[in-house]
Design a protein around this ligand. Structure first.
Ligand code: HEM
Length: 82
């Protein structure tokens, strides 16, 4: 598998399992800030600066910026919205 494909799969697995849904508007569309989040982590998120190279992080940011914004949450039938 190409390295880039592996990165994208890893990102999908990580974001689908743990964090918020990422999209082109994540972190207000601020690429520099997203890089910082990926390197140093956040409250519950681990940092990746010892795991991912600078170029890997740029690839991930470029990929995240291709993702459309998620639709607004819908109310569940018969119940309150989440
Ligand atoms: C390289 C893979 C990952 C990338 C690129 C990534 C990226 C991000 C970004 C950009 C945010 C900020 C979203 C926003 O504010 O709109 C975020 C938040 C978050 N991420 Fe990740 N993430 C990754 C892996 C993970 C993993 C493995 C976990 C869990 C172990 C995780 C847990 C979280 C959580 C819980 C948040 C919400 C803020 C907080 O409470 O820390 N992420 N992530």
């Amino acid at each position: 598998m190409k390295h880039h494909a592996a990165l994208v799969l890893f990102l999908l697995a990580a974001s689908a399992t743990y964090g918020p849904r990422l999209s082109k508007s994540s972190v207000n569309g601020d690429d520099a800030l997203m890089k910082e989040v990926i390197q140093n982590g956040l409250v519950k998120m681990p940092g990746w600066k010892y795991t991912l190279k600078d170029s890997d992080i740029s690839d991930i940011i470029a990929y995240v910026r291709t993702l459309p914004e998620p639709p607004p949450p819908t109310a569940k039938p018969g119940g309150a919205a989440e």
